[in-house]
Design a protein around this ligand. Structure first.
Ligand SMILES: NC(=O)C1=CN([C@@H]2O[C@H](COP(=O)(O)OP(=O)(O)OC[C@H]3O[C@@H](n4cnc5c(N)ncnc54)[C@H](OP(=O)(O)O)[C@@H]3O)[C@@H](O)[C@H]2O)C=CC1
Ligand SMILES: CC(=O)N[C@@H](CCC(=O)OP(=O)(O)O)C(=O)O
Length: 347
């Protein structure tokens, strides 16, 4: 069996280490190069002893010519602003790249506005295919460069797109209340992620200015053909993993909860990682913990004339590294769930 030679840039960050964890048991993946920045030259197990006797590899420096000779697929699990500088030279050499950051998800002008830095070259932005696996599989299969979706956009779009596509809701007034675990902020230390700041505490952040707002609006338009105006507010929750989005939108026609639920089932028929909850059941983050599932519950509120959608994912798996591997599987003609068929960890 031919193994895929894989490199991971940012292998000692949380999403990089999650790629390592999942790929270590992927039947077609060979972890050929683990690359980092400040920690290059050290062993991965020096940072993550849980990999002892499983992945005993060193963290290497970013040397483009060497990488191009050793790997055929390169994941970037680096902060936004890094991949855009490196991806062009790998794409030119024919490598396939999957970027977990926001560098290739927006058009240049929106990136400049929301990320406050210069965008990637237009040639690469034009090449990038948005990796929302359940909605874009045909294009992902043909891609050379995949822009892996953000964690909140994954939960929000998988929850929102079916009722937008079905014409069930008015897209001019969508409210998304997002909640995230602290691992979403990565392993690089910061004041706001100290135990004392986060424990027994909950608050909103980046109100009206979160970089995932234009990403969600852009891909509602791309996948459902509708202009949308969303109000998205993220909240930091004292838990390690998980994203829960509670979405409210005015109904555009008279429907029952069962009508809407049946429509979701039709849209996601055959999609292994989407679980539509039965009547009266709504997801929580623990029910998808450490798995690639996205669980969705829906409710038509007849009193207010609004649709309420609740979607839950694990931010590091379906919200980042799991979906990136799902896209790798699509890209290399493998079954979509290869190496990802994990049962959620509960409790
Ligand atoms: N955490 C999450 O839940 C999610 C993360 N993402 C995205 O994934 C990316 C990584 O996030 P996360 O894992 O949380 O971040 P971390 O802070 O945990 O890790 C960042 C990694 O990037 C490396 N790095 C930093 N700067 C450079 C550079 N200039 N060149 C090469 N490597 C560099 C670091 O290496 P070193 O430590 O050696 O300097 C480290 O390995 C981000 O773009 C994030 O937005 C997307 C969805 C969800
Ligand atoms: C808890 C926390 O801080 N989460 C991060 C997750 C976003 C992320 O990972 O950034 P990009 O998708 O834009 O690359 C945030 O809300 O900014």
């Amino acid at each position: 069996m031919k193994m895929l030679k894989i490199g991971i840039v940012g292998a000692n960050g949380y999403s990089g280490a999650e790629l390592v964890r999942l790929l270590a048991r992927h039947p077609r993946a060979q972890l050929e190069m683990l690359i980092s920045h400040r920690t290059k030259g050290t062993m991965l197990t020096a940072h993550y002893p849980h990999f002892q006797q499983i992945i005993e590899a060193g963290l290497e420096d970013m040397v483009p010519d060497e990488i191009a000779g050793r790997v055929e697929l390169l994941f970037f699990a680096t902060p936004s602003g890094v991949a855009k500088n490196w991806v062009p030279r790998f794409v030119d050499k024919g490598l396939k790249c999957i970027d977990l950051s926001g560098d290739f998800r927006l058009d240049g002008e929106a990136y400049r506005q929301w990320y406050k830095r210069e965008p990637a070259p237009q040639k690469e932005l034009d090449k990038a295919i948005y990796g929302l696996s359940e909605m874009n599989a045909d294009r992902i299969k043909e891609a050379q460069l995949i822009a892996n979706p953000g964690c909140f956009p994954t939960a929000a779009l998988l929850g929102l797109l079916p009722p937008v596509q079905g014409g069930f809701i008015d897209t001019s007034f969508i409210v998304i209340d997002g909640k995230t675990g602290v691992s979403g902020a990565g392993r690089t230390p910061s004041l706001g992620n100290l135990f004392t700041e986060v424990n027994e505490n909950t608050g909103a952040y980046k109100v009206g200015s979160h970089q995932h707002t234009p990403e969600i609006e852009r891909f509602i338009k791309a996948f459902a053909g509708k202009e949308a105006k969303i109000s998205f507010t993220p909240h930091l929750i004292p838990m390690t993993r998980g994203i829960l989005c509670t979405i409210y939108a005015p109904l555009a026609k008279k429907v029952t909860t069962e009508d809407v639920r049946q429509y979701y089932r039709k849209v996601y028929k055959g999609r292994k990682f989407i679980r539509i909850r039965p009547a009266g059941s709504f997801p929580s983050t623990k029910e998808v913990y450490a798995s690639n599932y996205c669980d969705i519950g829906v409710h038509v509120d007849e009193r207010t004339g609004r649709l309420v959608v609740i979607s839950a994912i694990d931010n590091l798996v379906k919200g980042a590294s799991g979906q990136a591997i799902q896209n790798m599987n699509l890209l290399f003609g493998l079954e979509e769930d290869t190496g990802l068929d994990h049962v959620p960890v509960y409790p």
